[in-house]
Design a protein around this ligand. Structure first.
Ligand code: ASP
Length: 323
């Protein structure tokens, strides 16, 4: 029996103490702690790693602070297009949805694909129809609206004219609001994710996102691409956040497990090479969380901060924001 553990992230980016006021920091910390406690409870009750990561990501989707589900960022056209995935290391079963506009909890749709479909990845209307047939909740686009993301989107369109990571867009806003303090950058990627190892030593991963602010309509990032933004096998489970295109090009999540399997690296060293060497080599920014079958956890990122936390069953939860 392993000591069960869950780790979560709420995105990486230029998250600095200076750009974060005490109230906001408390809100993020409290939200991460609540989610960790819920995931820890699933594992303590004997639940599987797959159940724990699904529940943790569902709760993160419900929280408007993070760029997934309610609180998702906007496309260039001002619409919401969400991606999510889930993978079970014990069986290599996986499910994902891409470019969904009306699903309240994309991660539950990904889980339904994993459980009830011969396919792995559904996109757009087909994904919504499948989820609806599975009894999942559909919502109007207004459900995903938050003023903060809307303002970010307006600024991204005006200032950058290009797609921005959620927290990078927030940085621009912070800089504009505090021009005298240009180092107050709050760049971050607000994707959410969870990895867990249950008492049986099985691992699982789940990831969910609204993508990058001001992205082109139809753009799909790494989040629903198994092996890129999410992966789990009998070695490790990994969930990523960052510039999705680079995570796809490096097969970032799969590579963590592959280097352990083929090169005999530790979880920590394998994840470090992906985040600190391979991604930066192609200007990839972000981070990942990973757990192996022994319950080791690593949370590397190459940005200033990453919302993250770990909870081992029977121990207090730990949450961090900065580097
Ligand atoms: N990786 C996500 C994407 O490219 C963005 C993020 O992590 O915030 O869609």
């Amino acid at each position: 029996m392993s000591q069960a553990v869950i780790a979560i992230h709420g995105g990486a980016g230029t998250i600095t103490r200076a750009a974060m006021d005490a109230q906001r920091e408390r809100e993020y910390t409290a939200a991460l702690e609540q989610v960790l406690l819920a995931g820890q409870r699933v594992l303590a009750d004997g639940g599987s790693a797959l159940d724990a990561v699904t529940e943790a990501v569902r709760l993160l989707e419900e929280c408007p602070l993070f760029n997934a589900g309610r609180g998702a960022v906007l496309t260039h056209a001002g619409t919401y297009e969400l991606d999510a995935s889930v993978m079970d290391g014990a069986t290599l079963n996986a499910g994902a949805v891409a470019c969904v506009k009306r699903l309240r909890n994309p991660v539950l749709a990904a889980r339904a694909v994993l459980e009830h479909s011969e396919h792995v990845l559904f996109a757009a209307e087909g994904a919504e129809a499948f989820a609806q047939a599975q009894g999942l909740e559909l919502v109007a686009p207004e459900y995903f609206f938050t003023q903060a993301r809307h303002d970010q989107w307006l600024r991204a369109r005006e200032t950058a004219g290009m797609a921005l990571l959620d927290h990078d867009a927030a940085t621009l806003a912070a800089q504009a609001a505090k021009p005298a303090d240009p180092l107050d950058a709050d760049k971050k990627f607000g994707t959410v994710g969870a990895v867990a190892c249950d008492a049986r030593g099985n691992v699982a991963a789940a990831t969910s996102t609204g993508g990058v602010t001001n992205k082109q309509v139809g753009r799909v990032g790494d989040t629903p691409v198994l092996g890129a933004g999410c992966y789990a096998d009998d070695v490790a489970a990994v969930s990523c956040t960052g510039t999705g295109e680079m995570f796809i090009r490096t097969s970032a999540a799969f590579d963590v497990s592959a280097q352990m399997r083929y090169a005999g690296l530790s979880l920590e060293e394998s994840a470090r090479r992906v985040v600190m060497e391979k991604l930066p080599a192609i200007q990839g920014r972000g981070g990942l969380i990973a757990v192996d079958r022994a319950g080791n956890v690593t949370l590397p990122f190459n940005t200033e901060g990453m919302y993250r936390g770990v909870a081992r069953v029977g121990e207090p939860v730990n949450v961090w924001i900065y580097g």
